[in-house]
Design a binder for this molecule. Sequence first.
Ligand code: NAD
Length: 498
Amino acid sequence: METLSHWISGAHVKGGDRHADVFNPATGEVQAKVPLASKAEVDAAIAAAAAAQPAWGATNPQRRARVMMEFVRLLNRDMDKLAEALSREHGKTIPDAKGDVQRGLEVIEFCIGAPHLLKGEFTDSAGPGIDMYSLRQPLGVVAGITPFNFPAMIPLWKMGPALSCGNAFILKPSERDPSVPLMLAELLKEAGLPDGILQVVNGDKEAVDAILDNETIQAVGFVGSTPIAQYIYARGCANGKRVQCFGGAKNHMIIMPDADMDKAADALIGAGYGAAGERCMAISVAVPVGDATADALIERLIPRIEKLKVGPYTAGDDVDYGPVVTAAAKANIEKLVQSGIDQGAKLVVDGRNFSLQGYEEGFFVGPHLFDHVTTEMDIYRKEIFGPVLSTVRAQTYEEALGYAMDHEYGNGTAIFTRDGDTARDFAARINVGMVGINVPIPVPLAYHTFGGWKKSGFGDLNQHGPDSFRFYTRTKTVTARWPSGIREGGEFNFKAMD
Ligand code: NAD
């Protein structure tokens, strides 16, 4: 069985005593062991990064951008290999795995614009003989802690801007699917990134805590579940670091009576069940407005759900979604489905007891659809992160809007309507970070920023887009007087510029 490594100073480095199992979710078999770094290993990786960073920070931004340009070429070259490794550990289909790489790659393309994005501001003649300018400088050594569900995209979202800004970057990927992040590190070396500037330390809580407590680390970007996001935000901030944490979700899609009901049903199938619901932007709550809308929607959803093909990624195009990531994730979904039944929701499509011949040990979960879900039920309050769609019936637009507004999560949301006035009102009033109008999964493109509100996001800057260049740099403002000024004698008071 393969034993994976860390990636330190440009080479694979074996771990110590502690290891975790990496599963093939389609078969349920352990396919590799991943090392779990100790505090001493993490500290050593950070120290090596700190030694390498000044030269990288002093490299002109255009040269750093050229590394990213070559990295894009290599990502495209190795797309099939990356997707296969990703699907084998995560379970998602190959086209979905390629999408995972692609959406990360697009952020690297954005980072090629670093020379432009890092330009500071300049005021000529702010006073007599005085110029004022601001510089965007790298922070030094920064870190990213990433989740299992996008093992290429989210590490790329973090490392691209951090490295392009001149920082050294410590990546602590998910221990459930660590192979692709290691492959990304190999490709960056091939693209010309100097050794030590990207370190991949595999690990669990011990490695995360070592990052949070290490004084050299200047900033931490996290993506994962909300309880861990809150923990990392609190501990990182208490240690004086810049921290941004993106957490869980419960994304509502409102379906107005005037919506194209077939299109809304199609959209819900992809957004609710794609990637087995293991997306932070998945739609997990449908809110049809009016009983007639709800009935029309359910009537269209049922046959579409019954046609969904669930299977291993190796079955190619014949599969709509694959297994969930672990046996524990499957058990948690099953427990929540049971709670929905016990608490009185109507299970319209029952995906329990789903089994696939030849893959009985795989972590497959059949698709579920609930109707008549109410706001106090666990299936409504909690993130299920599985192929389970809950329908909450609203009688009016205001009631539907209220459900999305009152939920503790605020990552994504969507409205399906033909009415521009309703759509505009929704976009203006909703307290959620990413909004779709007749778009079920409104993931912003690389040059905009990605981030949720409420308990889906902690910190004040978003991921990728211009915000990421702000997060991974700090501003220094210089006031320069040339050439006379001081020669006229000392000044003792602040005064307005003449
Ligand atoms: P997770 O919180 O279990 O793990 C995320 C990271 O935190 C991993 O690297 C893991 O090793 C580490 N970690 C886990 N437990 C820890 C602990 N006790 N102390 C310190 N570190 C710990 O999340 P996951 O299951 O890998 O990912 C799924 C979650 O991520 C879902 O809640 C999903 O909504 C969320 N997510 C959010 C976004 C977003 O942008 N908002 C994007 C993708 C995923």
